[in-house]
Ligand binder design. Structure first.
Ligand SMILES: O=C(CO)COP(=O)(O)O
Length: 247
């Protein structure tokens, strides 16, 4: 049985003053039935870890593939762990687009994260043009194959399916489209990783909000969500946590 995971990606949002949203979230949901993870910008990982005090997990939004060295502006997986983080988002479409991250790079970063004993939250997803061209499943299959190392396990890896065209747009795929991709990912992961692939949690991400969370969580092979905008406010993210706990 896979434990559900509600994950929030704050992206490039949040100052120290916003950590009160984390205290409010923990206060309002002291015993969630699902795992809860928040990934703030790097500047807030240590502060959020202190605020969270182990009640929810904290993670980074990216890490370098090397553990240290002359890489100005980058942070390593070890640094995230040292700051109190336990997870790291990798291969988000915004990183793939803005920083030209390829599957090869995402795989190297995933290896670095696992080596540092972080859980890698590896993102995949098609653009609207790729969906319109009927390439979605081929693309997702290739991203999974290229971005995951052979030693990925249910414990060290989570997959997030985030259609690029659904991120921050208010648009979501139909429930049938989400099911098609998640069922396909499960099949591919079992083929490659056996029972570990069966145990990996598959998150849906892209315009998840309190009003659509319950129906998305009822879809087969959806084990939680990776939430952007709606994770910034305790009230909204709390409602999503409740919907997931009830699913
Ligand atoms: O990219 C996302 C999470 O990583 C999704 O963002 P939104 O929930 O704002 O659409």
């Amino acid at each position: 049985m896979r434990k559900k995971l509600a994950a929030g990606n704050w992206k490039m949002n949040g100052l120290k003053a916003d950590l009160h949203e984390v205290s409010a979230l923990i206060e309002a949901h002291p015993h969630p039935k699902c795992d809860v993870l928040l990934c703030p910008p790097a500047t807030l990982i240590a502060g959020m870890s202190m605020t969270a005090a182990g009640r929810i997990a904290v993670g980074g939004q990216d890490c370098h593939m090397r553990s240290s060295g002359a890489h100005t502006g980058d942070i390593s997986a070890q640094m995230i762990r040292d700051a109190g983080g336990s997870h790291v988002i990798l291969g988000h479409s915004e990183r793939r687009a803005d920083h030209h991250e390829t599957d090869v790079i995402v795989r190297a970063k995933t290896e670095a994260a696992i080596e540092a004993e972080l859980v890698a939250v590896v993102c995949v997803g098609e653009t609207e043009a790729q969906r319109d061209a009927g390439e979605t499943l081929t693309l997702i299959g290739n991203q999974l194959k290229g971005s995951l190392p052979d030693h990925a396990t249910a414990a060290n890896t989570v997959i997030a399916y985030e259609p690029v065209w659904a991120i921050g747009t208010g648009r979501t795929p139909t429930l049938e489209q989400i099911a098609e991709v998640h069922d396909f990912m499960r099949e591919q992961l079992i083929k490659r990783f056996g029972s570990e692939g069966d145990g990996m949690r598959l998150l849906y991400g892209g315009s998840v909000k309190p009003s659509n969370a319950a129906e998305i969580f009822a879809v087969s092979n959806v084990d939680g969500a990776l939430v952007g905008g709606a994770s910034l406010k305790a009230a909204d993210f709390g409602a999503i946590i409740e919907a997931l706990s009830a699913s």
